[in-house]
Design a protein around this ligand. Structure first.
Ligand code: CU
Length: 484
């Protein structure tokens, strides 16, 4: 029989069992002192809206056949920065910045020189990116300390909100936890033509948690992921954001190692409009009172603050926090009136036709209490093993089955290279919030989901894995080689 502490040691539990969509049962609670610190740090710091990085140049020598591209340098670097007011924290960053954002346009490539100034390996991965294998951040392609590599992102895919993080062999969980991440927002003509909120009213929000000591030190312990009570939004602890009484588009990305959020606006659950998920716009907007977002997922919502009088303060809450934690995530302070020419059209972007599947595969996600490993189809990740070989042009149906009912462990499956459509969950067609392209799907214990995926135009080796970082670290990853 495994004790709760042993489950933590193996990184097994994520600490909550979502029941239906909303209620949750937490497994336990620790760290009353750090929770008190977290509660003190509420609504004292303004939200930082990440500024888009400017390309260093827009032309250059031929790289991967391109001479017209936006060129950036992303240096992974440790810096001292202020997270909790009055303290400093050593964070791992890109260019000294917490979540800088690259804005890209479909059809125009981005080239990034990644310089590793950390003392651990780094393998840069564009999460959600449709990119050639050599630029995907394979664990065998680690950028060692003091080295540099060039990455080319062709941007042939449709508009979506992506993010950049580490995929090195063993340091990935800690590198993400210690802060090194960048946003990557891809737009295209189709989306630009829609009357959705734009410019300063289109705001990325990077949500994550962390454990900070009273002196500001960021504490990393893979086992104690339930004791990370400080929620950061764009690197600020439970910030406030001054908004106009009009519509905003928020691009939510969960960059946490393990934490899921079920977000609700206000105590009473004001309406939000869900417009996009991992792979971009949904076929149609969905009015919702809650928004669920698991590690590495993206969800985009439009919130209309015109329904609140100027002077209102509206709190975004997390309904599935651990016991004793503040539910507050951030606060919107409605401070001024504003014109609002934006609207959310009834039709957004039709889901693509991925064709008829000719191949079926199954992915059984499970935890082995004897070894502490997390397994896919009873196997731990082996970088020298190819688990499947999809063929270019083929459409496949993947069944993802979570058999971890004993310990109640959720798992997700994230695929590199291609997005997928959800076919069904336990035989039931997905709701409209899951009708768009996705690259990460969470399956609760004892549940199954089927997805449809098509392999289009890149061959080579790509990863698929659970995106709960403790599980990934403990082996829950496989490798596919796409062949011609
Ligand atoms: Cu998992």
């Amino acid at each position: 029989m495994l004790t709760r502490r042993q489950i933590f040691k193996t990184g097994a539990a994520t600490g909550l069992l979502a029941v239906g969509s909303g209620a949750a049962i937490a497994l336990g609670t620790t760290g009353a002192a750090s929770k008190a610190v977290a509660a003190e740090q509420m609504f004292r710091v303004p939200l930082r809206v990440p500024r888009a990085l400017r390309p260093l140049r827009t032309k250059g020598r031929s790289i991967a056949g391109f001479t017209d591209y936006d060129f950036y340098r992303l240096a992974t670097r440790e810096v001292e920065t202020t997270i909790l007011p009055g303290t400093t924290t050593r964070m791992r960053t890109f260019n000294g910045d917490l979540t800088p954002v690259i804005r890209a346009t479909r059809g125009r490539p981005v080239v990034i020189q990644q310089v590793n100034e950390l003392n651990v390996p780094f393998s840069m991965h564009l999460h959600g990116g449709h990119v050639p294998a050599r630029f995907d951040g394979h664990p065998n392609d680690e950028n060692l300390p003091e080295s540099s590599r060039v990455f080319v992102y062709p941007n042939t895919q449709q508009a979506s909100t992506m993010w950049i993080h580490d995929h090195s062999h063993q340091a990935h969980a800690e590198n993400i936890y210690r802060g090194v991440a960048a946003g990557y927002v891809l737009t295209d003509e189709f989306e630009e033509r829609l009357p959705l909120p734009k410019g300063q009213y289109d705001v990325p929000l990077y949500l994550r948690d962390g454990k900070f000591a009273a002196d500001g030190t960021l504490v990393y312990d893979m086992e104690d992921f339930m004791d990370r009570p400080t929620v950061l939004v764009n690197g600020a602890p439970r910030p406030f954001f001054e908004v106009a009484a009009r519509k905003y588009r928020f691009r939510l990305t969960n960059t946490s190692n393990e934490r899921a959020f079920l977000l609700q606006l206000g105590e009473e659950g004001h309406e939000m409009t869900h417009i996009a998920s991992d792979g971009g716009l949904l076929p149609a907007p969905v009015a919702t009172k809650t928004m669920e977002i698991w590690p590495a997922e993206r969800q985009e919502v439009v919130i209309d603050f015109s329904r609140f009088p100027v002077g209102s303060k509206v709190v975004l809450r997390n309904l599935i926090g651990y016991p004793g934690e503040p539910a507050e995530v951030m606060r919107f302070d409605v401070v001024r009136a504003a014109d609002d020419p934006s609207s959310v059209p009834d039709v957004l972007r039709p889901a693509p036709d991925l064709g008829t599947a000719t191949v079926e595969r199954k992915f059984v996600m499970s935890f082995d209490p004897a070894t502490g490993h997390h397994l896919i189809n009873n196997k731990q990740f082996d970088v020298n093993r190819v688990d499947l070989k999809p063929k270019l042009g083929d459409t496949e149906i993947w069944t993802i089955e979570n058999t971890d009912t004993k310990f109640g462990i959720p798992h997700s499956l994230h695929t590199h290279l291609e997005h997928f459509l959800v076919v069904d969950r336990d035989g039931k067609a997905p709701g409209p919030s899951e009708a768009g392209l996705k690259d990460t799907i969470t399956v609760m214990p004892g549940k199954k989901a089927r997805v449809k995926i098509k392999f289009t135009d890149y061959t080579g080796k790509f990863m698929y894995h659970c995106h709960l970082m403790g599980h990934l670290t403990m082996g829950m990853m496989g490798q596919m080689e796409v062949v011609d």
